[in-house]
Design a protein around this ligand. Sequence first.
Ligand code: FAD
Length: 396
Amino acid sequence: MNTYDVIVVGSGPAGACAAWRLAKAGVSVAVLEKATLPRYKTCGGGIVGRAMQSLPMDIRHTVERDCHTAQLNFLPAGLSFTTHRQTPIVSMTMRDQFDYALLSAAQEFGAAVHQRCAVDNVLFHGDFVTLATGTGSMSAKFVVAADGALSTAARTMSLVDGHVLIPALEYEVTVPHDRLDRFHGVARFDFGLIPYGYAWTFPKNDHLSIGILSMAQRGSDLKQAMARYLDLLGCGPVTQIERHGFVIPIRPRRGPFADKRIVLVGDAAGFADPVTGEGISFAIRSGLLAAQSLVDGQLEEESVRHTYTRSLTETILPELRRGRVLARLLYDFPRIRSWAFSQQGQRLCEAVTDVMAGKRQYRDLTFTPQTLLRLLSPKWLRNSTYRPARPRDDRV
Ligand SMILES: Cc1cc2nc3c(=O)[nH]c(=O)nc-3n(C[C@H](O)[C@H](O)[C@H](O)COP(=O)(O)OP(=O)(O)OC[C@H]3O[C@@H](n4cnc5c(N)ncnc54)[C@H](O)[C@@H]3O)c2cc1C
């Protein structure tokens, strides 16, 4: 039986970053991945500024296009806003290349990788864990569950779920080059095509990644809305479309996030952003935090649990809570949203862009009823005492 200090299940950004940090610290670590690598992943492949900043390795070679401009359209209200930054707001990648670059960095520090190795079950034995895989059993002192939104490893922890999964579609659309050029350098987001959701268009080297999500768990006809979106974009004669769909966890599990020598990270823990569905930032950060907790806690069960829980409580969890408040305002009250954006659309878009760019956090936006009223009130009513935390400014 193969034995390691730590086994990471899943080679997405959460798993690869955890393995990188562990291998760099000299911990014997293996990554088990069910797919053949590099593998396609249903995702827009948009790496927002805050994700890029938290990456400990250089993956620039996987970026197909940088978008310094974001365009937000509120279709029924006929409103459109554009934000610009000197550093890219979103860097466009294809996830097979991006994830493989992260994993290769972990391998360079000595992480072992077993591909085509699906984990079917995880068994806890007190001071070690065994994993049943299609190719035999393996054991470790700890498991990092980084196997995505439908995590098998998390299921074996018998947690009360609590996480909320929403549906999303991603189409890889090949269009003539002159049409592709129209989308050059701009990450486009469109609200109002579907209740409780939005659509996006991300330009890649030779095609567009076009997607749509609904924050409502069921009842949305995403395929029909996507057909309307493709018409609206006027991509012209489409030469090829690959259609994919998956889920995004926009509410975390109830926890505990470390139990029975299993540590949950990324989508397996339910750490996608509740406002945008963007999940790579918190996948990277939770992967690194989990690995650091394992190193600092010297693979001691109680100590790891304590350290990881404290790190999450101080960083990711409060940010997700604030994000959920903003998401409710954005999606549950479309009329208030239209009114708010008609009054202060540019300011609101700049604020969300700052969060995505990693210049502010949702918690800096302090959405108390009082501050919201001030934010949305006309200029002459705004009280000089309200000063939202200013980001380091790189607006252009
Ligand atoms: C349509 C769509 C568009 C999205 N667009 C964006 C975007 O543009 N930007 C962004 O930041 N986020 C986006 N997201 C969210 C993002 O894809 C996820 O949040 C992110 O991939 C989470 O990373 P992860 O490492 O936790 O899990 P994943 O990336 O899902 O990786 C999990 C890995 O585990 C493997 N695995 C699963 N089960 C097992 C098993 N039993 N044994 C072994 N291996 C296993 C899988 O093959 C996979 O490689 C999108 C999601 C969807 C659905």
